[in-house]
Ligand binder design. Structure first.
Ligand SMILES: NC(=O)c1ccc[n+]([C@@H]2O[C@H](COP(=O)([O-])OP(=O)(O)OC[C@H]3O[C@@H](n4cnc5c(N)ncnc54)[C@H](O)[C@@H]3O)[C@@H](O)[C@H]2O)c1
Length: 282
């Protein structure tokens, strides 16, 4: 099956980026939000990201207008009825995602592939609320979607090889590097990243090392672009706490248990860059 029209459910941080990269790769895009106000906000995120692309010389002015002309916003899920692929990028909450998949199952063509951009929730649980679990998989993009090269494709135990191959071809057409991940909590990326970040937080919590020394060591000796404490602040401490807790709930391994300091910082709304204070002040 050749994908021509892509649907994106949710036009927040990730959905707006996914809609943008699809439109820039010549797909017709339908993107939805919960209401008109959020839709206007989401579409303006796409517009300003494309404008930044123009400033950086990554997108031409004509390319920006062409991409925008290929994107149609909606608040009505029925507008996904002519999409060949729909990517769900709504809030990380299984009950919200299941509702979206059940609705998509009703309105989309029988042949359409349905994908989730979830960071850690199980794909099989979303697939099983549809009538075609073989056509459901994970397309885990990373933020910022227009810049990050990698795309993790998550194969549930029910995903057919045909669906997987359609997704691989699609991902490559966006210019992404593909890795195939299993439908385990956190897939590949977060199964490795979350213990790393939690261990760095535990080092700070125990007083064994300062946040500055941890970050400096990782940047200067491992050549990472930033250290784990800076990265935690950037990703958002609430997000890290949520992802770690949800992975811990299923796997029950101590390395995934959120450290008490992290939980307290989340309670205090010290969430990192987005609230102006996390481990560092912004
Ligand atoms: N933020 C990241 O770095 C990141 C990275 C990879 C994956 N993800 C995953 O991507 C998904 C979205 O995350 P985000 O950071 O973009 O969140 P976000 O809060 O910025 O965006 C989610 C959007 O979904 C909208 N929404 C909720 N219910 C909806 C519905 N029924 N129909 C249409 N829109 C609806 C919300 O209004 C919101 O704008 C989550 O599953 C998250 O785990 C996030």
């Amino acid at each position: 099956m050749k994908i021509k029209r892509v649907g994106v459910v949710g036009c927040g941080l990730m959905g707006s980026g996914i809609a943008e990269v699809c439109a820039r790769s010549d797909y017709e895009v339908v993107v939805s939000e919960a209401n008109d106000e959020l839709l206007a906000k989401g579409l303006s995120l796409i517009n300003s990201s494309l404008a930044k692309g123009v400033e950086r010389g990554k997108v031409t002015l004509e390319g920006k207008s062409a991409a925008i002309s290929r994107i149609r916003g909606t608040t009505d899920i029925k507008d996904f009825s002519s999409c060949d692929l729909v990517i769900e990028a709504v809030t990380e909450d299984m009950s919200v995602k299941k509702k979206v998949f059940a609705e998509l199952d009703k309105v989309c063509p029988k042949y359409a592939v349905l994908a989730s951009n979830t960071s850690c929730l199980s794909i099989i649980d979303m697939a099983m609320v549809t009538s075609k679990p073989d056509k459901v998989l994970g397309l885990h993009f990373s933020n910022p979607v227009p810049i990050i090269r990698g795309l993790e494709i998550v194969k549930a135990i029910t995903t057919s090889d045909e669906t997987l191959n359609i997704a691989i071809t699609f991902g490559k057409s966006l210019g992404k590097e593909i890795a195939i991940a299993p439908d385990i909590p956190g897939f590949i990326t977060n199964r490795l990243l979350i213990p790393y970040l939690l261990n760095a937080i535990r080092l700070v919590e125990s007083g064994y090392a300062t946040k500055e020394d941890i970050d400096k060591q990782i940047v200067t000796s491992l050549n990472h672009p930033m250290g784990p404490i800076t990265l935690a602040d950037l990703l958002g401490l609430d997000t890290i706490h949520f992802v770690a807790s949800s992975m811990y709930e299923e796997l029950k391994v101590p390395e995934l248990a959120p450290p008490p300091l992290l939980r307290r910082m989340v309670s205090a709304r010290w969430l990192g860059r987005k609230t102006g204070k996390g481990f560092y002040e912004y």
